[in-house]
Ligand binder design. Sequence first.
Ligand code: PLP
Length: 380
Amino acid sequence: MLADVKTPSYVIDENKLIDNLKILQKVQKEAGCKILLAQKAFSNFALYPLIGEYLAGTTASGLYEARLGFEEMGKENHVFAPAYKEADIDELIKICDHIIFNSVNQLVKYKEKCLAAGVEIGLRVNPQCSTQEDHAIYDPCAKGSRLGVTADRLKLELDRDSSVLDGVSGLHFHTLCEQNSDDLETTLVAVKEKFGEYLHQMKWLNMGGGHHITRADYDIDRLVHLIKDVKSEYDLLVYLEPGEAVALNAGYFVTEVLDIVDNDIKTLILDGSAACHMPDVLEMPYRPPLRDSGEWGEKPFEYRLSSYTCLAGDIIGDYSFDTEIKIGDRLIFEDMAIYSMVKNNTFNGIPLPDIYLLEQDGTTELIKRFGYEDFKNRLS
Ligand SMILES: Cc1ncc(COP(=O)(O)O)c(C=O)c1O
């Protein structure tokens, strides 16, 4: 029960996770594609055996995530990074099935080593097709973006050396962020127009993440059609690598009100922090959903939610409630499994929240407790 956990803590909801996994499994089956967990969003490896029952494997942003996927899920293991260090590649070729490169430079540098180790290699392309304006820092297609080879650049490289794509078994694009399949459709038009000529020689196409497949209004039928079309047009295997969709709405962040400060605005001082425990609230930025609350002005009791860090801007958002909030009350943030635990930090020496699993039968089990040593061990 969420009322019993020590605060602050993250609670992963196993039932919600399974609901999501079943939806993703259905997409794999109907579309005939493979779906990988993007570990950058959710790396709670205690759940990897469960996730591995439904998904084809993991994808990583670099060596450490790749190791985690290899050690804890042990299924297909892919990696994409904007660049690789030589020492990292030597390890990655031992544990990855697919290594995806961001530039022709990197591809040429490591191609032989990967192929000799039996690793499939891919090239990330940039279709230069922005389909969202809400979150500029999550737009890999913004002008001048370093992410992926543009069609003009690839032509130039092929003019210089026509063998650049030899040995490459797939293309990869990642352009979406919390988007529906209509935006994927728009993107695919650009991908086909700019890179279609190369797709015929490829074994697979990886369509990246950002597909909000498990959101209630997501158009799954359209996604399935799009994947089937691409498969039949180019005769290749399709991969998706969502992070958010895997653990969407499958976790909570439970906090306690430590104090209430009234300097023009009534501010709740929580033992949770945007800066330390929900960094995307400040980075993205967004106002996290909070159980039993409304917008500012919607309900009679209004409060600004903040934290016990020193950062003046460590403000979670403005909310309203049906009843007056008191010191010692618990506040529960929703949708906190993704991009929270993987991004948290100990700024100010604020403790890392514990991690609990809300099991299928409704019991909560502590799966990780952090303490002073975790703060100290990151420093010297
Ligand atoms: C290359 C790549 N793949 C997959 C993902 C996962 O995206 P999401 O969690 O939005 O589904 C990202 C997110 O940044 C990414 O950069």
